[in-house]
Design a protein around this ligand. Structure first.
Ligand code: EPU
Length: 337
């Protein structure tokens, strides 16, 4: 393994902020991860895991060792005529995994098409889109416990998944995920309930809607609303959609009849943060080199040359305005480093 010094992370974070890793190593195999941990321990370097860099806001150079998992194998193990267990290394690009499974005829990941990032990071924030969350597909994952050096397999339940949340997000950098295992099937029913998807299916007058078609339509919706990080630097949704009590929702709805909201199973109500931010006039607003995307107010962007501090100042401005106007606390979705 090759350890590098003062490595620029500009190309390794999708906000393209110019920070460095004091030490850096790309780890391909489980043994490499274990070796990187040993090395960091010996040198007393703090260790930080960087996956696809699509959910992180860098505000400073990273001290110690940054480990970047790059293992990119995908394995299929049939469990019946239709069903399969798919095991992917942490370094597999998420969208390439989605396309690979669809290509082999398996449904289950089509709604999660075109989400930037690496497979190993997907469980950390329990990625979700268009009515499907990763926890509905994930069977288990394997991870290295950094403090003890022990390998552990987590079942779905043990990952403690929630909306954009998991045990791994709460424990920050305590575990490095090395592989994830998903259960997919040739006969999994499609999920096309999400309003924007349903509408597009109707408009496109498709006669045979299969998993590949759903994937294509999801890609179409995403590319209309969400900027491609290769073209305009961003980390997708910058805020989580807030969940409020029913009474709070009812009083807001009385004042704002157009408020977009989704009732939750527990009686609470999830509000579309994008709508709240848009309603306050932030969509398309630019301050210096950073701004709010003009097609989706939930996405903050770096036009080039911006910094993490500038982006967080804008986020703070938005959070205060939302708090004042709707009495709602917005939480930042990506990890701030
Ligand atoms: N809206 C506005 N103005 C905006 C943005 C949104 O009025 O500027 C309204 C939309 O018209 C719509 C509602 O808000 O009625 C919801 O918008 P959208 O369907 O675009 O979804 P979202 O709530 O903004 C969430 C996820 C996305 C995911 C989509 C689709 C979160 C934080 N975000 O966004 O995930 O792709 O639903 O399922 O849960 C991500 O996490 O990075 C991400 C992109």
């Amino acid at each position: 393994m090759q350890f590098e010094k003062n490595k620029s992370l500009k190309r390794l974070n999708t906000l393209a902020f110019e920070h460095t890793a004091e030490h850096f190593v790309a780890a391909q195999f489980d043994d490499d991860l274990a070796e990187a941990r040993e090395h960091a321990l010996k040198k007393s370097w703090p260790l930080f895991v960087l996956g696809g860099g699509s959910n992180i806001v860098l505000t400073q150079d990273i001290k110690g060792l940054v480990v970047h998992p790059v293992g990119a194998d995908i394995n299929y193990q049939s469990t019946s005529k239709d069903d399969v267990l798919v095991t992917a290394n942490a370094g597999v690009n998420w969208h390439e995994l989605v396309l690979d499974t669809l290509q082999k005829g398996y449904a289950g990941l089509e709604n999660l098409s075109l989400i930037p990032g690496a497979a190993g990071a997907a469980p950390v924030q329990n990625i979700g889109a268009y009515g499907v969350e990763l926890n509905q597909r994930l069977v288990s994952l394997r991870a290295l416990h950094l403090p003890s050096g022990e390998w552990r397999t987590f079942t779905n339940k043990e990952c403690e998944f929630g909306y954009r949340n998991s045990l791994f997000k709460r424990l920050k950098s305590e575990y490095v995920i090395s592989t994830i295992t998903l259960k997919l099937s040739k006969s999994l029913p499609l999920n096309t309930q999400y309003a924007a998807l349903q509408q597009l299916i109707e408009e496109s007058q498709l006669t045979n809607v299969d998993a590949k078609a759903v994937s294509r339509l999801v890609c179409q919706i995403r590319s209309q609303k969400l900027p491609d990080p290769k073209v305009l630097s961003n980390v997708g949704s910058f805020f989580q959609n807030p969940i409020v009590k029913k009474e709070h929702y009812q009083s807001l709805k009385a004042k704002h009849p157009n408020l977009v909201a989704y009732p939750q199973a527990d009686g609470q109500v999830k509000l579309a943060a994008g709508w709240l931010i848009d309603t306050l006039g932030f969509r398309g607003k630019r301050t210096g080199s950073v701004g709010v995307h003009d097609k989706q107010a939930l996405v903050l962007v770096n036009f080039g040359g911006g910094t993490g501090e500038q982006l967080l100042a804008l986020a703070d401005d938005i959070r205060q305005c939302v708090k004042r106007s709707f009495d709602v606390e917005l939480r930042i979705e990506p990890n701030v480093m």
